[in-house]
Write a protein that binds this ligand. Structure first.
Ligand SMILES: O=C(O)COP(=O)(O)O
Ligand SMILES: [Mg+2]
Length: 237
């Protein structure tokens, strides 16, 4: 036995998916909106390569990191009022276009369709605010496959807190011990660990510039379809 089933002592019933860096390469649009926001406040654009390292802890953190870079100060020293202004500009720009440069990673749709046909319950658990998550999922035709969405502002807590994962399980009607988290960052690993849920990671996503292998996920794959292939080789557990 290998793959997702090998991570569980109960049969696989639920899958929780991170969005940015796991299902969708969304940094090009996040970076474009951040640059528009920075420029509107008179700062230089940060560019996609930097933004790639700043994504993962939600939009307020992205704005804080962008401003800290622009002001050449430590993250914690970015003035809160200016972060709020930058965040408002970011929301405006990202609300206008959160999808045109983003791409679904290869193999994602096929895998989700396979699991849906197997009756596996699936949710998206992201730190992206909910109002930006729904249009992005709709744009890629994933809304019906991921009927439950827990965003970065659905609860007061976001990943790495386990609360969003627990809420997703509750809404799906699956138990934690029959569910696997699939993500790309240390936030996904820590959130899953905190509720004793196994976690599989993709190595192609965003993890603040560090290899996600360092976070020791239970399973690490280089391509989304590897998660599926292991299931197909091990049906019916
Ligand atoms: O919005 C972010 O910072 C990251 O979102 P994610 O949780 O889908 O990776
Ligand atoms: Mg992610």
């Amino acid at each position: 036995m290998s793959g997702l089933n090998a991570l569980l002592s109960a049969p696989l019933r639920g899958l929780l998916f991170d969005l940015d860096g796991t299902l969708v390469d969304s940094v090009p649009d996040l970076a474009a909106a951040l640059d528009t926001a920075l420029e509107s406040l008179g700062y230089a654009p940060a560019g996609e390569a930097r933004a790639r390292h700043w994504v993962g802890n939600g939009a307020p953190k992205l704005a804080q990191r962008g401003l800290a870079w622009a002001l050449e100060v430590d993250e914690a020293r970015a003035p809160a009022a200016q972060v709020e202004r930058l965040l408002a500009e970011f929301y405006r720009a990202y609300g206008e276009d959160s999808w045109s440069r983003s791409q679904l990673y290869p193999g994602v749709r096929e895998a989700l369709e396979y699991w849906a046909a197997q009756g596996i319950k699936m949710a998206c658990v992201t730190n992206k605010p909910e109002r930006f998550t729904h249009p992005l999922l709709a744009h890629f035709g994933l809304e019906a496959l991921l009927p439950v969405v827990v965003g970065g502002d659905t609860l007061p807590q976001r990943k790495p807190d386990p609360a969003p994962l627990l809420l997703a399980c509750e809404r799906l009607g699956v138990s934690v011990d029959s569910t696997v988290m699939v993500g790309d960052s240390i936030n996904d690993v820590q959130a899953a660990r905190a509720c004793h849920m196994p976690v599989a990671c993709v190595s192609y996503g965003y993890n603040h510039g560090s290899p996600i292998a360092d976070a020791k996920p239970d399973l690490l794959v280089a391509h989304f379809s590897e998660l599926l292939h292991t299931e197909r080789r091990n049906p019916g557990k």
